[in-house]
Design a protein around this ligand. Structure first.
Ligand SMILES: [Zn+2]
Length: 283
């Protein structure tokens, strides 16, 4: 599944097909993950709602086409989309930021981004170091520029930014603590670690890329969240977990072993790609 998505993104990026994979716009029933955290995205593209007394936080706006679907999901969980105050982002590619312009028009929410993602979003994804103008979306301006380690608060909710560059220059992994069945649980929202068709060695547009990825992995390896979430549903096995939840498993999303396994898998494929590109340079 994961590889299917990578190929799709690559095909999309290569311009061979202008069509997004169907799973990117296929609705799924919104669901409570743990505590005050809900999944409001599509079958494949993540969007997360954090509900607090002072309002709502929405993490990611997966494509302009999905804005109504995401806001309907928020509504169907019993929350008023007008109470969305804070918009957070994993990274500013169209599948995670394409809907922010429309959501900002419909709410009074403020958009928080790292400086590199804010620049990309202001260009509507154009002039991307890897995809050029091929993944364009309605441009949007960030209201607040955030940095690594910054905590974004709304009432009792605190989301901590961890900048994990590589896939984009300001790719942001988010962390928070939620209460689940009376106990605090560590929740992690992983930014993408994939490199779909990327030039990793000798990239003039992003010379630091080959060092940024390993550094991001090293930092992430120190974490072992109770709940692993990500901006692509296939990264954290949403379909499998929804099945478990449907059968009444209250811990469907809790698995401390999953994130380290995901990192190992992701690193192996990235490391192989770097080695392949290095040996091609040596030839
Ligand atoms: Zn991306």
């Amino acid at each position: 599944m994961r590889y299917v998505q990578l190929i799709c993104l690559w095909v999309l990026a290569s311009g061979a097909a202008a069509q997004a994979p169907p799973s990117w716009t296929t609705p799924v029933k919104p669901v409570r993950v743990v505590g005050n955290i809900y999944y409001v995205g599509t079958e494949e593209l993540g969007a997360f709602l954090l509900a607090g007394k002072k309002g709502l936080i929405l993490l990611d706006a997966p494509m302009d086409e999905n804005v109504d679907l995401v806001l309907r999901n928020v509504q169907s969980l019993g929350f008023d989309p007008a109470r969305i105050r804070v918009l957070l982002n994993s990274h500013a590619h169209l599948d995670h930021a394409g809907g922010f312009a429309a959501i900002k028009k419909k709410t009074r929410a403020k958009l928080y981004m790292t400086a590199p993602e804010a620049e990309l979003a202001a260009r509507g994804g154009r002039n991307d170091f890897a995809f050029g103008d091929r993944l364009a979306y309605p441009p949007v301006s960030a209201d607040v520029i955030i940095e690594d380690g910054q905590v974004v608060r709304l009432g009792e909710i605190a989301m901590t930014a961890m900048v994990t560059p590589g896939h984009t220059k300001g790719c942001t992994t988010w962390r928070t603590i939620a209460m689940h069945r009376g106990k605090p649980v560590d929740v992690l929202f992983q930014c993408s670690l994939t490199a779909p068709g990327y030039k990793l060695v000798g990239n003039d547009r992003y010379p630091g890329i080959v060092n940024d990825y390993p550094r991001s992995f090293d930092r992430l390896r120190k974490l072992q969240p109770d709940v692993f979430l990500a901006n692509h549903a296939s990264f954290f096995g949403l379909a499998r977990k929804l099945e478990k939840a449907k059968k009444g498993d209250a811990n469907a999303f809790v698995d401390r072993e999953e994130f380290p396994r995901f990192l190992d898998r992701s690193w192996k494929s990235l490391e192989a790609e770097i080695a392949k590109q290095r040996s091609a340079m040596d030839d």
